[in-house]
Design a protein around this ligand. Structure first.
Ligand code: APR
Length: 171
């Protein structure tokens, strides 16, 4: 049974799923945007665990506990900084793929993603949505343990754009 794909608007830190994904940087030591929000909501223990991980390369993913979050785990992935070069798209796809694999390997059945790289890292939003959707759909076929994937858009206009792209991809 393929995973159910849901789309929601709001703050990813409030979601009761097995794992939420963090759009981190390669230090894994915190930042602004969704990274800052996750660290604030999880509490200082999250940063302490992140310090033990030795950073993370672009496209890769690492897992920690969720501490004060409702989510049991945080999966930290590092999206590409948009350059317009040929490596951008595969690096973003790798974030989604590696996060899903790590979730499945840690007995997570539900996972929520923010729109990785579409903030400070300036990846064009609609292009990023298409990559996110296609990658998650393809990977979930291989990972039957994943039952539910939630895409989280922070703003209303992002939500509407993602909704339209999801409808197009189902048509
Ligand atoms: N919940 C869900 N989505 C959020 C939240 C939140 N609380 N806060 C921001 N977002 C959205 C943004 O609107 C954007 O669409 O997350 C998406 C990713 O934006 P950024 O957080 O800026 O992440 P990214 O573009 O991947 O840049 C990563 O930003 O904060 C730093 O440490 C982080 O250096 C890294 C860089």
């Amino acid at each position: 049974m393929p995973a159910r794909l849901d789309l929601t608007q709001g703050d990813i830190t409030t979601l009761a799923v097995d794992a939420i994904v963090n759009a981190a940087n390669s230090t894994l030591l915190g930042g602004g945007g969704v990274d800052g929000a996750i660290h604030r909501a999880a509490g200082p223990e999250l940063l302490a665990e992140c310090r033990t991980l030795g950073g993370c390369a672009t496209g890769e993913a690492k897992i920690t506990a969720g501490y004060r979050l409702q989510a049991r785990h945080v999966i930290h992935t590092v999206g590409p900084v948009w350059s317009g070069g040929r490596d951008d798209d595969p690096a973003l796809a790798a974030c989604y793929r590696n996060s899903l694999r790590l979730a499945a390997a840690n007995d997570c059945r539900s996972i929520a993603f923010p729109c990785i790289s579409t903030g400070v890292y300036r990846f064009p939003f609609e292009r990023a949505c298409r990559i996110a959707l296609a990658t998650v759909k393809a990977e979930c076929v291989r990972l039957p343990a994943i039952e539910r994937v939630v895409f989280v858009c922070f703003g209303q206009s992002d939500f509407e754009a993602f909704e339209r792209i999801m409808a197009e991809s189902n048509a």
